[in-house]
Design a protein around this ligand. Structure first.
Ligand code: ADP
Ligand code: MG
Length: 386
C-alpha cells in the first residue's frame, strides 16, 4: 500500500505536466453482508468497507477550471469551477465528480480551479460501489482538509448520485465508504442514520465472486421495487396508521396481517422486513463467533432475494447453489442491487483456495466465463493518504 501514493503522485505529475505535489485522498468500495434493499425502507444494512478504493489526487490551479482526469477511462473532462452549483449532468462518468462539486457548492463550499487525477481499483458496475468510492474521495479532495461532518459528507455524496447523476440509491454505499473500520462490519440504522461497529470473526474469510454479468434490468427494477414497497406500506397503514415505512413493521405483525397486502407488494415487504431482522441476527451471530448461524442467515437472505424480492438471476443462483455445496463454505448470497454483479461468501480460511478452484471450474463449464474473486478484508473508511 505504501507505494500507491507515490505512484499516484507520479501519474498526476505526468498527466498534468507539472512537478508540484498534489494531495491524495482515498475512499473505499464496500460489500454489503446482509440487509439488501432495506436502506430505502429505513431498515438496517450491514456492509464492510474494502481495501479496494478510489484515489483522487488534487492540486489547486490558476486556470479557474476543474480539470478532471480518470486514469481508468483515460479521459479528461473540464468545466468552469465558478458557478458549478448550477452545472447540469452530461451523462458521462464525470457527472459523479461534477455532482459532488455542485452539491458542495450548495452546502457553502464553492469550487475553485483545480486539477484532479482519479484512479480506482474498485471493480466498476459489480455491486462493490465504485460510484460511492468516487464520490466520497472527490468530496474529500475538493474539501482539501476543510472540516465537514462525516455524516453530512455521506449524505452529500448520496445526493450527488441520486439527484445530480439521477441514479436512485439509498445512503448505504456512501455511509460505508465514509465510516468503514478495520476488522468490523458497520450496522447502519437507515432511519436514525446512526451506526454500530460489529467485529467480524478472525477465523472467517469474506470472498466476493464476480459473476461477470450485469443484466440491464437494474435501474428500472430498482424504481419498481421502491414503488412496490410504498404500495405495501399504503396497504399496511389501513391496519395501523402509524406505519411510515416497512421499518415500522415487525415480522410478527406482518405475518398476522399480510393477507391485506396484494401479492406482489406482500412478497417485497416480506423480504425487506425479514432481511432487516436478519441484520440484527447476523450481528449477534458475528459477535458470538457463530459461523454456522451466519451462514444460515446468508442463505436465508439469498432465498428471500431470489423468490420474494425477485432480483437474482440464473448465473448468480448457480454461483450460490454451487458454493454452498463446497467444503468450508458457510453461506453465500447475492450482494448489491441484483440481476448480476457479485455474490458474497463466508468461507473457512483453509478452504478458500479449493473454493475458488472448484467454483471457477463449475462456472466455466456452465457459462464459459471465469468469475473474478475478491478477498474482502474490512478496511478503514475514507481519508487523506499520507
Ligand atoms: P458500482 O457502484 O456498483 O460500481 P455504478 O453503476 O453505481 O456501479 O457506478 C459505476 C459508474 O461510476 C461508472 O460507470 C462511472 O460512471 C463511475 N465511475 C466509477 N469509478 C470510476 C473511475 N475510476 N473513473 C471514472 N468513473 C468512474
Ligand atoms: Mg454504485
Amino acid at each position: 500500500m505504501a507505494v500507491i501514493p507515490n505512484q499516484i503522485v507520479g501519474a498526476f505529475q505526468e498527466h498534468f505536466k507539472t512537478e508540484a505535489v498534489p494531495d491524495v485522498y482515498r475512499a473505499p468500495g464496500r460489500v454489503n453482508l446482509i440487509g439488501e434493499h432495506t436502506d430505502y425502507n429505513l431498515g438496517y444494512v450491514f456492509p464492510i468497507a474494502l481495501e479496494m478504493s478510489c484515489y483522487v489526487a488534487i492540486l489547486p490551479a490558476a486556470h479557474g477550471q476543474l480539470r478532471i482526469y480518470s486514469s481508468d477511462w483515460n479521459e479528461e473532462f473540464s468545466t468552469l469551477a465558478e458557478g458549478i452549483g448550477s452545472a447540469r449532468p452530461v451523462e458521462r462518468w464525470s457527472d459523479y465528480v461534477v455532482g459532488v462539486a455542485s452539491e458542495l457548492a450548495h452546502a457553502g463550499v464553492p469550487s475553485t480551479g483545480a486539477d484532479l487525477w482519479i484512479g480506482s481499483n474498485v471493480p466498476v458496475g459489480s455491486g462493490l460501489s465504485s460510484s460511492a468510492a468516487l464520490e466520497v474521495s472527490t468530496a474529500l479532495a475538493l474539501l482539501g482538509g476543510q472540516p465537514f461532518e462525516p455524516l453530512q459528507l455521506a449524505r452529500l455524496a448520496q445526493r450527488a448520485e441520486s439527484q445530480f447523476v439521477g441514479m436512485p440509491c439509498g445512503i448505504m454505499d456512501q455511509y460505508a465508504s465514509v465510516f468503514g473500520q478495520e476488522h468490523s462490519a458497520i450496522q447502519i440504522d437507515c432511519r436514525s442514520l446512526e451506526h454500530e461497529y460489529v467485529p467480524i470473526p478472525d477465523d472467517l474469510r469474506i470472498v466476493a465472486v464476480n459473476s461477470m454479468v450485469k443484466h440491464e434490468l437494474g435501474t428500472s427494477a430498482y424504481r419498481e421495487r421502491v414503488a412496490e414497497c410504498q404500495e405495501a406500506v399504503a396497504a399496511l397503514r389501513k391496519t395501523d396508521e402509524s406505519i411510515q415505512s416497512l421499518r415500522d413493521v415487525s415480522l410478527a405483525f406482518f405475518e398476522r396481517v399480510q393477507e391485506s397486502v396484494p401479492l406482489v407488494p406482500r412478497k417485497r415487504a416480506r423480504h425487506v422486513i425479514s432481511d432487516t431482522q436478519r441484520v440484527l441476527d447476523l450481528a449477534a451471530a458475528s459477535r458470538a463467533g457463530d459461523l454456522i448461524e451466519m451462514g444460515r442467515l446468508f442463505i436465508a437472505s439469498h432465498r428471500s432475494m431470489q423468490y420474494d424480492y425477485e432480483i437474482s438471476c440464473e448465473e448468480i443462483d448457480f454461483l450460490v447453489d454451487t458454493a454452498i455445496k463446497l467444503p468450508g463454505v458457510y453461506g453465500s448470497r447475492v450482494t448489491g442491487g441484483g440481476f448480476g454483479g457479485c455474490t458474497v461468501n463466508l468461507v473457512a480460511p483453509e478452504h478458500v483456495e479449493a473454493f475458488q478452484t472448484a467454483l471457477t471450474e463449475a462456472y466455466v463449464a456452465r457459462y464459459a466465463t471465469r468469475p473474478i474473486f475478491y478477498d474482502c478484508v474490512p478496511a478503514a473508511g475514507a481519508g487523506r493518504v499520507s
